[in-house]
Design a protein around this ligand. Sequence first.
Ligand SMILES: O=P(O)(O)O[C@@H]1[C@@H](OP(=O)(O)O)[C@H](OP(=O)(O)O)[C@H](O)[C@H](OP(=O)(O)O)[C@H]1OP(=O)(O)O
Ligand SMILES: Nc1ncnc2c1ncn2[C@@H]1O[C@H](COP(=O)(O)OP(=O)(O)OP(=O)(O)O)[C@@H](O)[C@H]1O
Ligand SMILES: [Zn+2]
Length: 450
Amino acid sequence: MEIVLEKKDAADWTYRGEGAVNLVLAYTGSSPLFFGKVLRILKAPRNGSHCGSVRNLKALSAHERLLWRDVGDIVSCTYHDVACQIYVQHVMTPLLDFKHVDAGVHVLVTREFLETIEKNILGQRPAWRVNAGRINIHRDSVLLQSDHAIFSQGGEDEFCISVEIKPKWGCLPTSRFISKKNAIKKNVTRFRMHQALKLQKGETSELSDYNPLDLFSGSLDQIYKAIQDLFSTPQNNFRVFLNGSLILGASGGYADDTNLVIEEAFEDALQSVIQREKGSRAMTFLQLVAEAVYKSGCLNRLLAVQQLDSFDIEGAIHAYYDIISKPCQVCRHMDDEELLNICGTLHSAHLDQSLEIVRNFLIAATAKDCSLMITFRPWHVECPGSAYNSIFVESTNQTFDYKVNFIDLDLKPLRKMEEYYEQDDKIVRSYTKMFVTELEADDYYRPEEV
Ligand SMILES: O=P(O)(O)O[C@@H]1[C@@H](OP(=O)(O)O)[C@H](OP(=O)(O)O)[C@H](O)[C@H](OP(=O)(O)O)[C@H]1OP(=O)(O)O
Ligand SMILES: Nc1ncnc2c1ncn2[C@@H]1O[C@H](COP(=O)(O)OP(=O)(O)OP(=O)(O)O)[C@@H](O)[C@H]1O
Ligand SMILES: [Zn+2]
């Protein structure tokens, strides 16, 4: 018999977090069917301006069906969120390893269930997220996934501590399609440059200390530095949950920089996790996280997927216009003859090549925006042959099991290509305006740099 979640079931689901597109609720009821699961519920933007307004309900466009035609039965999906689930299962899971991804399954819900959930969680959602979107009550199914913040099997009194990291772009682009005016992209990370725009738009009040190149470096010391920087400036890139409850960072949005008060509260929250007479539990915990990132090698895999974008948006955009059979708006406004010639090679490519370029670009875009969750629990002598890897912390004489999972691996809409192009330009301009002196700018424009 097919399960349908009804109004009476809404009380068993509590707010866990949200992004721009989805709301996530954790199960707190007693049914073994849902224990250790979360529901990922699609939102509907209030002003309809976000890309999500169209994609929330509609399935793939004709061009997207062409692009993704070989992906399972994606072309026959009526809804975009169902297409996303198939994309995660058939595209992202093989790339990132099935051990680290749960594509989830759709379960039926009544409209009353969604309406009741919306009312129940209203007080817990950040106000700006409430203003931006509400639950999409027109869908009759939602995604059921493993709750990666906990271990579904474990001791009754045992704690689970989980770190969520949104690592963003782990490398610098090298594409020959990057224009001279944007050559700075090859030297400064997209994350750092984007901080300037976020500051300008008031999305954040401080610059982040975090450098994605440290996190993706493969060096334990640099990874530890990245984790420390994420801890001091978490923004929307770092959160910590203890038994599924947030103890650091902001739920569904941007966190303030970590000050002394936040640090002390975090230190207190770690009492049950890190055994220590004196010294900082927080630092020991951050070392544990760094070691898990290092040992698991999960970011090497993620980086390889991000690097599928070898053309950069400044190259992929030309292939995009060929796919949608429209005159290229970028070439039309280009005044650099040399680059125009280089880009011309993309326009003379076979359609299959254009499709491959854009497909790889969009897959990489998913990998540049996803998050990973690393979850720890105490290791027990009485559970030999555990399915999980473990880490020994010498300073506290403790051993932890840990697991790593990727979340938010959604398919990016093809329509976003133009937005990506414009955003790229905006990011470079705002960074250059804020931080690069004219002299430095001249250095970046030097021919040998491009
Ligand atoms: O473009 P970016 O790098 O700002 O990424 C967007 C994210 O902003 P961030 O910089 O991580 O704060 C943005 O995150 P927030 O909503 O700002 O937390 C979304 O993840 C967005 O993806 P989508 O439109 O929801 O599919 C992301 O858009 P995509 O570029 O991944 O499509
Ligand atoms: N499977 C999961 N297990 C535990 N927590 C999860 C899971 N999926 C999502 N979350 C929590 O819910 C939050 C929102 O989920 P998610 O990032 O998927 O939303 P989104 O709207 O798709 O994000 P974006 O703005 O990046 O598009 C996450 O930041 C995370 O804290
Ligand atoms: Zn062009």
